[in-house]
Design a protein around this ligand. Structure first.
Ligand SMILES: [Zn+2]
Length: 120
């Protein structure tokens, strides 16, 4: 009887860990989606800066341009971090070249053919 109880406890523990990971994974996925839409919003600002200066024949606001590009750099860095977290939680490994999430035992990247070395 005690063995059964302890087994139930172990299983409950595993389920708790699993659902904790699922929460983490959905958080990471939400962060990925939010970061992507921020990137798109900033790319749009960039496009508008360029286009309206062309249309209105005005100088591009270079401070604003620089600021927006730096913001996009930061967002891409964040996105790479979130991708890494999500891949880790799904037991996958990220291709260092194209950022595709591959099975943890993959030898080659399924998207770009990158060859994983032993320690990746
Ligand atoms: Zn790849």
């Amino acid at each position: 009887m005690e063995r059964i109880i302890s087994e139930i406890k172990t299983t409950a523990g595993k389920v708790a860990k699993k659902s904790g990971e699922l929460v983490e994974l959905s958080k990471a996925k939400l962060n990925i989606a939010n970061t992507k839409s921020s990137i798109n919003a900033n790319l749009k600002i960039l496009g508008e800066l360029l286009y309206f200066s062309h249309r209105d024949e005005t100088e591009i606001d270079s401070d604003k341009l620089e600021e927006t590009m730096e913001k996009i750099d930061e967002l891409y860095e964040k996105l790479a971090e979130y991708d890494e977290i999500a891949a880790g939680l799904m037991n996958k490994k990220l291709c260092p070249d194209c950022h595709k999430a591959n099975e943890s035992d993959a030898t080659f990247c399924s998207k770009c053919g990158y060859k994983f070395t032993e320690d990746e």
